[in-house]
Design a protein around this ligand. Structure first.
Ligand code: 6PG
Length: 497
């Protein structure tokens, strides 16, 4: 065969990736379970490049140059296993199977191990940027065996978004690392969307700023250090007027947020690896709460507001409040990034991945949904992009801060935003406007920097009811107080101290 790559699964993401490859000069073999989609793609877009339409997976595989590269873009879960099972007998050692869907990283680890036994490379690839990105340049996060990147990387890099001449694509790490990093990208995406939502809610309910006017606020914010794709599209959504009713579209849309699972996976994995990703988890919970329609209905009728001294933001105080909310949004967003990057390090330790946070941040600068000016600053805080830098699993590369907030520019930025951030959370609480991520992010910040945490008391409680022991600030070893006896203290050997 002669094709550079085969694509199976030609729904919009697969079709757009196939077209992107073809537009970059690659010969692309096409396959879909039902032939109609393949034909439609060739009929509509055949002129964009070199396509080879095939009817069966056998034909698809036969049309490929060696080593064969087959990209699967079907619904995550069982459908991916179905395609892999059909493909494997058709392939030869050295061939590369690419899963570009939003698969769970544990599935990717399992599939990689199974295919490796047969000498095949399995590469789980995170792709972000939606339909638009898939066609014109997504951010691409490939995992899998490093050797496979020699044969696959250049192809992927050629279709990726480019930032300052650098492709938003680089090998992330072995087996499921690519899908894991894409998952965390989505967790951050959830948090970023939620903090924007909280800002909107505050501006509306505390300062009375209507959607059309808020569109201008968000457009103005897009000229500040908040500049990002999500802020930009927020302005677009807010200025949209519903044709049927003449009302702001946002007022006509049912306020129940959907989710396909990647944000939830991020929160679950954060719990698994022991990383405190509370702001990300809160953004998932906020979507879940929004969807509890019947309970919300009853709560609206029965639960008190308890709001007595709601803050009043009049025309005079408006600009100051808007600026406060902007700063609170920025600080909360930074915390979401700090938590997401922190969990990458914890996961690297758990799964033996060598992850370079500077390079990962560089991939998110363009093409993906969380693309933002901030990502270039984050990349630089982690020593810039260096695709050959592979720290020890679970360690940060030399010179990289242990937490994003320790990078001097961010330590400073948060310090400047703090007074506004505290004012906004206090105002939200007083007004009864829920700000789960603004407030959780602030609690994370205050928790990190606290001299003493009530964790000491929790250790005392655990020791009381379960003899779980505690450590002392002034001596090594573990200790237990004989709570139900004479309350003397014993050391790890049970010897009174
Ligand atoms: C992306 C998006 C993409 C998808 C999300 C939506 O990076 O391009 O994250 O992968 O749109 O999975 O997720 P929810 O449906 O869960 O909001």
């Amino acid at each position: 065969g002669t094709a550079d790559i085969g694509v199976t699964g030609l729904a919009v993401m697969g079709a757009n990736l196939a077209r992107n490859f073809a537009r970059r000069g690659h010969t692309v073999a096409l396959h879909n379970r039902s032939r109609a989609r393949t034909d439609a793609l060739v009929a509509e877009h055949g002129h964009e490049g070199a396509f080879i339409a095939t009817e069966t997976l056998e034909e698809l595989v036969a049309s490929l140059a060696v080593p064969r590269r087959v990209l699967i873009m079907v619904k995550a879960g069982a459908p991916v296993d179905g395609v892999i099972d059909q493909l494997v007998p058709l392939l030869e050692p050295g061939d590369i199977v690419i899963d570009a869907g939003n698969s769970h990283y544990e599935d990717t680890r399992r599939r990689e191990a199974a295919l490796a036994e047969r000498g095949l490379h399995f590469v789980g690839v995170g792709v972000s940027g939606g339909e638009e990105g898939a066609l014109n340049g997504p951010a691409i996060m490939p995992g899998g065996p490093k050797e496979s990147y020699a044969a696959l990387g250049p192809l992927l890099e050629s279709i990726a978004a480019q930032y300052d001449g650098e492709p938003c694509c680089a090998w992330i790490g072995t087996d499921g690392a690519g899908h894991y990093v894409k998952m965390v990208h989505n967790g951050i995406e959830y948090a970023d969307m939620q903090v924007i939502g909280e800002a909107y809610d505050l501006l509306r309910r505390v300062a009375g700023i209507e959607p059309a006017e808020q569109a201008e606020v968000f457009s103005a914010w897009n000229q500040t250090d908040l500049a990002s794709y999500l802020i930009e599209i927020t302005a677009e959504v807010l200025q949209q007027v519903d044709a049927a009713t003449g009302r702001p579209l946002v007022d006509v849309i049912v306020d129940e947020a959907g989710q396909k699972g990647t944000g939830r996976w991020t929160a679950i994995s954060g719990l698994d690896v022991g990383a405190p990703v509370a702001a990300i988890a809160e953004s998932v919970f906020a979507r879940s709460l929004s969807s509890q329609t019947a309970v919300r209905e009853e709560a609206r009728r029965t639960l008190a507001a308890g709001v007595t001294d709601a803050p009043v933001v009049d025309a005079q105080g408006r600009d100051a409040f808007v600026e406060d909310v902007r700063q609170a949004l920025f600080a909360s967003k930074l915390v979401a990034y700090a938590q997401g990057l922190d969990m990458l390090t914890a996961a690297a330790q758990e799964y033996g991945w060598s992850l370079d946070l500077g390079t990962i941040a560089s991939l998110w600068r363009d093409g993906c949904i969380i693309r933002a000016d901030l990502l270039d600053v984050i990349m630089r805080a982690f020593g810039g992009r260096d695709t050959e830098r592979h720290p020890e699993p679970g360690a940060r590369a030399e010179g990289q801060p242990a937490n994003l907030l320790f990078a001097p520019e961010f330590t400073r930025a948060i310090a400047e935003a703090l007074p506004a951030w505290r004012r906004v959370v206090a105002a939200a609480v007083a007004a009864g406007v829920p700000v789960p991520v603004f407030s959780s992010a602030l609690a994370y910040y205050d928790g990190l920097r606290a001299d003493r945490l009530p964790a000491a008391l929790i250790q005392g409680q655990r020791d009381f009811f379960g003899a779980h022991t505690y450590r002392r600030t002034d001596r090594d070893g573990s200790f237990h107080t004989l709570w139900s006896d004479d309350r003397t203290e014993v050391d790890g050997d049970g010897t009174p101290v």
